[in-house]
Structures are given as structure tokens and as C-alpha cells.
Design a protein around this ligand. Structure first.
Ligand code: ISC
Length: 394
């Protein structure tokens, strides 16, 4: 394993130098990873089961990887196969006081040739109206509805520019570029790449300690500081947003109780900010009853949470399948890394895009809807969620 000197983080952009399709990059508030060797890497398209993961680590060991670290993407639909990579060598550095890079993005950003919303914003508004009817009828209380944007560029994505830009804008989140392997593409060239900067940690495990940080309930930020402050304060007491957040925390705590003791759950959420949005956030800690439970085991037990699906989960999942006119695939799934010991971090795959490796991207954004949601506000919220990524890309 290459251990970078700490000051390299603030002085260079080594973590993204020469990045290409198939490379792995993952940065959390506390560390950054980058694949350094892909020859002999383990690449796999398998279920995210404990048995499959164990066999991937065994394969890495048998190929001579001394300290294997697995990176992965798990789809929104947990019945679908996940995409995992164990690079032959990784570079790692801790983040220093939250400073992940001081390097300025350089080079030319591509320009957008064409944007196609999937579906059109008005149709997304209609989807929200249908969800409001479902709440009236009863049986479901929350559905997270998403939309996509197909973007065509005049040149391939400039990884160095994009990753540094996302890191700078997203100082407290999870920035990633991870290859998608498929049954057809498990060689050197991935089927596609997931790129993004998520604000939401699902699970971090350090020994028997676990950290969970659900977000739900949001409002776009404002350039005027007084208006921005008033939006933040308004979100903290918004009945609709607190209700939307409550479904998530209660369901997560219910599942965590099966796996953890010494759970610490704050009485109510706090408000955290990304560069573009305020979110309601609850930071939960616990101790694993069974220390063999890995970060991914726990993440899969919680997935899909009502932060990206709805409540009750199975009913909301069915409505999403019927209402959304596209497949989410890896959007609103899990993205992260894990060591053989089971320690690792899994974030939700949000504020992201699927990149075909050439000139096309599909951006995604969703928003939680509950009784009382306003379709126009949800259109604006999903537009804001896509905009951060859009600004970084082109
Ligand atoms: C589904 C997304 O956000 C989730 C995470 C945070 C806040 C959310 C909200 O307020 O709606 C969503 O639950 C997305 O960013 O695409």
C-alpha cells in the first residue's frame, strides 16, 4: 500500500492524476482512496452477499494482494447484482482538517451539446401529484420520486477537473468515480462509470462501532445570506420536512436495534448544508452485537431506506417501479469501500451520474414526497440537486 505524505494532499492533485475509465476514486470526510494498479485487479458483477464478498477477498489474496480493499456499487434494487473492484494496489491518505485538496482544477471542461430531461419536469410534477393521491387513499406515507437528465458533451469528461471540483464543492461528503462491471464487461474496460458527490453516509464501521447519518427533508440554499439563514431556520421547524425525516429515522432505528446495542439517537434532527442545499440530518451511533457483521452487511440490512425509497418500504418500492419512467440502476444504491476485516464506509449513491466513458452521461436526482408536498417545489429541489453536478461537469 502506498501511504502518501500528508502534505501531498494540500500541495498536489496526485489522487486524480492521470485518472481513466476503470480507475477507482473514493473520498470521504476522513480519507481518500485511489487505485494505483488495475493489472490483476479483481473485478466482479455478483450479488452483494456475504458469501460473494468473502470469495472476492479470497481471490484477491490468491492473486497476491497483501492488504486488499474492495470498492463497490450496489444497485437501488437489492435483487440486482452489484459491481465490485479490488485494485491490486491502492493509494490512501487521510484528509487533513477536512482539506481534501487545494489543487485548482485545470484543463478544459467539455461543453454541453444537448440536455434531455427524463421525463420532462411537468411529467415529474404529475408523478408527484399521483403520489399525493396515493397518500389520500392510504397504505403508503412517503415515496421518493426521481428523475434523470441525459447529457451529451462535445468531449470526454475531464476526470482531473471534475473530481477536484466536486471535492472542493463537497467538503463534507463522499466523492467518487467507480467502474461499473457487467456480465459482458469485466475485463479492463468497464461498462460505465458512476461519478458523483453524495452528502449521505449510510454506514461507517470501525471495529464494533457503527455510524449512520440519514438525511431527508431539504431546501435549496440562497445566495443572499439573510435569505439563506431564514431557509435553514425554516427547514428546522417545517412540519412536512420533519415528518419526511421521521419516517427515515424510525425505520433505520427499528432495523439497527436488531444489529446493535448502545444505540445513540438524538432527540431531533439538525440542519447540515451542502454547497446547494440544506438537509435535515440525524447522526446515529451504535455498537455491533455481532462484531462479524461487516459495514456492507449492515448497509444491505438497511437498504433501501425511506431516504431513497419511501415508507412502508415494499409498497413505496412498487410505486417507484410503476411511476418512474426509467431504471434507477446504481442511482440511489450504495457506494463505498471495505477492508477484509469488515471495516468500511458505504454512502448512498446520490448527486451522481452514470458516464458511458465517452461523451454521454445520465444525471439523476430524487426528492422525498409526503402528504402536503408541493409538486413545483419538488421539481425545483431535483433541479438544484442535479445542478451541482452539472456545474462541475461542463
Ligand atoms: C434522493 C435524493 O436525496 C435524498 C437524500 C437527502 C434528502 C432527500 C430529500 O430531502 O428529499 C432525499 O431523501 C437525491 O439527492 O437524489
Amino acid at each position: 500500500m502506498v501511504q502518501a505524505k500528508e502534505n501531498e494532499v494540500t500541495q498536489s492533485s496526485w489522487l486524480v492524476d492521470g485518472m481513466k475509465n476503470g480507475d477507482v476514486f473514493f473520498a470521504s470526510p476522513s480519507l481518500q482512496w485511489r487505485s494505483r494498479g488495475l493489472q490483476g485487479a479483481v473485478r466482479s458483477h455478483v450479488p452483494a452477499s456475504a458469501a460473494a464478498i468473502k470469495s472476492l477477498f479470497e481471490q484477491a489474496r490468491s492473486q497476491g494482494h497483501a492488504e486488499p480493499v474492495m470498492f463497490g456499487l450496489v444497485p437501488f434494487d437489492p435483487s440486482l447484482k452489484a459491481s465490485f473492484t479490488i485494485p491490486s494496489q491502492v493509494a490512501f491518505t487521510p484528509s487533513i482538517h477536512g482539506v481534501r485538496t487545494s489543487a485548482q482544477p485545470n484543463g478544459r471542461k467539455p461543453s454541453v451539446v444537448k440536455r434531455t430531461p427524463v421525463p420532462a419536469p411537468e411529467v415529474y410534477g404529475d408523478m408527484v401529484r399521483k403520489a399525493l393521491d396515493l397518500y389520500e387513499a392510504g397504505g403508503v406515507s412517503k415515496i421518493v420520486l426521481s428523475r434523470a437528465m441525459d447529457v451529451e458533451l462535445d468531449a470526454p469528461v475531464n476526470y482531473e477537473y471534475l473530481m477536484l471540483d466536486l471535492l472542493r464543492r463537497n467538503a463534507h461528503g463522499y466523492t467518487f468515480a467507480l467502474p461499473i462491471w457487467s456480465d459482458e464487461a469485466c475485463g479492463d474496460v468497464p461498462a460505465a462509470v458512476m461519478l458523483g458527490a453524495s452528502p449521505e453516509l449510510l454506514v461507517r464501521r470501525e471495529g464494533d462501532q457503527v455510524f449512520i447519518n440519514p438525511l431527508a427533508g431539504s431546501i435549496p440554499r440562497h445566495a443572499d445570506p439573510a435569505e439563506d439563514k431564514s431557509r435553514k431556520e425554516g427547514l428546522a421547524i417545517s412540519e412536512k420536512d420533519l415528518r419526511e425525516h421521521g419516517y427515515v429515522v424510525r425505520d433505520i432505528v427499528r432495523i439497527l436495534k436488531e444489529h446493535c446495542d448502545e444505540l445513540e439517537v438524538p432527540d431531533g434532527p439538525s440542519v447540515i448544508g451542502t454547497d446547494a442545499l440544506w438537509h435535515l440530518s440525524t447522526f446515529i451511533t451504535g455498537r455491533l452485537k455481532n462484531p462479524e457483521t461487516t459495514a456492507l452487511d449492515l448497509a444491505c440490512a438497511l437498504h433501501p431506506t425511506p431516504a431513497i425509497c419511501g415508507f412502508p418500504t415494499a409498497t413505496a418500492f412498487q410505486h417507484i417501479k410503476e411511476l418512474e419512467p426509467f431504471e434507477r440502476e446504481y442511482f440511489a444504491g450504495l457506494v463505498g469501500w471495505q477492508r477484509e476485516s469488515g471495516d468500511g464506509e458505504w454512502a448512498l449513491t446520490l448527486r451522481c451520474a452514470r458516464y458511458d466513458g465517452d461523451r454521454t452521461l445520465r444525471l439523476y436526482a430524487g426528492a422525498g414526497t409526503v402528504a402536503g408536498s408541493d409538486p413545483e417545489s419538488e421539481i425545483r429541489e431535483t433541479a438544484t440537486k442535479m445542478e451541482t453536478f452539472m456545474r462541475a461537469i461542463a
